[in-house]
Design a protein around this ligand. Structure first.
Ligand code: MG
Ligand code: ZN
Length: 188
């Protein structure tokens, strides 16, 4: 039976937004990052990370580093008994300086390609799922597949909240990921 998921944005939601993260020493967890993921694991919700990484398309971040960063995050989560079930990123951009990444893809949020791919690969029930992010494009990708969206005020979240989207209404606006998790645990 397919199970619901919590689809997390990475930068500004799961970890601090470092601009274009290109070195592990610039990768910073929030104090609650590990606890938040572990609580979702215990609730038997699949935890997915879906992140736009246009720094790859712009030549600012190596694609291999994206995988390295995700392995690093996974290792720190595992040390705290927490687990991400699927990692997805979009390296593309329509104006990419690296031609091999220049395309109008279906995975760059607000497109829902990463969410659909995760659902196929991990048997997720998207209409019973949640998306957590600090930008409207995170929640718009979720709305495209019927998932409820929660806006966090970390990262760009405060600026996002002050400029409402014409395309999506959040199910909740909360201060940070740990508050989003408690909202989800009450509403799933
Ligand atoms: Mg973000
Ligand atoms: Zn893409």
């Amino acid at each position: 039976m397919s199970r619901p998921a919590v689809i997390l944005d990475r930068d500004g939601t799961l970890i601090h937004d470092a601009g274009y993260l290109d070195r592990l020493d610039r990768l910073e967890f929030f104090p609650y990052t590990v606890d938040a993921v572990r609580l979702l694991n215990r609730a038997n919700l699949a935890v997915i990370v879906a992140t736009n990484q246009s720094g790859v398309a712009r030549g600012l971040v190596e694609e291999a580093f994206v995988g390295e960063a995700h392995r690093h995050i996974a290792g720190r989560l595992a040390a705290g008994g927490a687990r991400v079930d699927g990692w997805y990123y979009c390296p593309h951009h329509p104006d990419a300086t690296r031609p091999e990444y220049r395309q109008a893809c279906d995975c760059r949020k607000p497109q829902a390609g990463m969410l659909r791919r995760a659902a196929r690969e991990l048997d997720l029930d998207l209409p019973r799922s949640f998306v957590v992010g600090d930008r409207w494009h995170d929640l718009e990708a979720g709305a495209a597949v019927g998932a409820r969206g929660i806006l966090v005020r970390t990262g760009s979240g405060r600026a996002t909240e002050s400029t409402p989207s014409a395309a999506v209404i959040p199910a909740a606006c909360v201060d940070d990921l740990i508050e989003a998790v408690s909202w989800i645990l009450q509403h799933s």
